[in-house]
Write a protein that binds this ligand. Structure first.
Ligand code: ADP
Length: 260
């Protein structure tokens, strides 16, 4: 029942995952990992069984956000993912390397192979949603990851600047080429909310989000401001404690899209 249009389709024998959603961006630093993690937590709060595969192998940041640093263990069946405090399952190269801060200097094919193993050899168990933090951009590594994992849909994360330069279109075109359904766009760092008066400050000017979504014929799922409180939680490895509901409507839309 997964998307059958990929060139080949490795199978995960140890898991039963209802929907696999890739989170992509045209370039790094727009908050793709942040949006992946926030969406996953929103779904966990709705009562779904959720996992995050950190496929952003060149800058794996998911384990740190959730305060995970233990080495993942293996079993006869495969690699066992780590659990966050609220039972979100996580797999990342950072949970496999001996030293968290050792640079990942492997070349493209090796990286892509590792991600393939995250799919075929991790014992995810039963999940409703597996969110994949994809490598940024549209180069060789993201392309191979696209081809290695049967994605049911993708969410595109953009920043207001990204929209101006239209880098977002590259991510859009890649998904189209691979025949993967696009769930919609999330604009991150849309504005800053003044902690004193609550006023919304649009540091990048008026957003082009609606225009571009219309032009590409895709949905706007939501907007997230720069939030210094959540940035603090990220640094403390306590991301799960956030209380904002920036992605409440977005998670409703995503859920409707997949209808599980
Ligand atoms: P990407 O995955 O696109 O490279 P990240 O998600 O790692 O980007 O975000 C880059 C940095 O910016 C991280 O330290 C992250 O915690 C921070 N960040 C991202 N979005 C927000 C936001 N809306 N508010 C505050 N900090 C953010």
């Amino acid at each position: 029942e997964h998307n059958q249009n990929n060139m080949f389709e490795p199978v995960n024998l140890h898991s039963s995952i209802k929907k696999v959603i890739g989170v992509v961006s045209g370039k790094g630093g727009v908050g793709k990992s942040f949006v992946t993690a926030m969406t996953a937590v929103m779904f966990q709060r709705l009562g779904y069984k959720v996992g995050i595969m950190d496929a952003d192998v060149t800058g794996p940041s998911i384990p740190k956000m959730f305060g995970l640093s233990k080495r993942a263990k293996g079993s006869k069946q495969g690699i066992i993912p780590e659990n966050t405090s609220n039972n979100i399952k996580i797999m990342s190269v950072n949970l496999l390397l001996d030293q968290e801060d050792s640079p990942v200097i492997w070349r493209g094919p090796l990286l892509a192979n590792m991600v393939k193993q995250f799919w075929t050899e991790v014992v995810w168990g039963e999940l409703d949603y597996l969110f994949i933090d994809m490598p940024p951009g549209t180069g060789d590594v993201p392309l191979t990851v696209f081809q290695s994992i049967p994605l049911d849909g993708i969410i595109i994360v953009t920043s207001p600047q990204d929209l101006v330069s239209m880098i977002v279109k590259k991510a859009y075109n890649m998904a189209k080429q691979m025949n993967i359904p696009i769930v919609g766009l999330v604009e991150n760092m849309s504005y800053v909310k003044c902690p004193d008066c609550g006023k919304e400050i649009k540091i990048f000017g008026e957003s082009k989000l609606e225009n571009i979504a219309n032009e590409l014929g895709i949905d706007v799922l939501g907007r997230i401001p720069i939030d210094t409180e959540i940035a603090k939680l990220v640094d403390q490895g306590e991301f799960e404690k956030f209380t904002c509901e920036y992605l409440k409507e977005a998670s409703g839309k995503i859920n409707t899209f997949f209808n599980i």
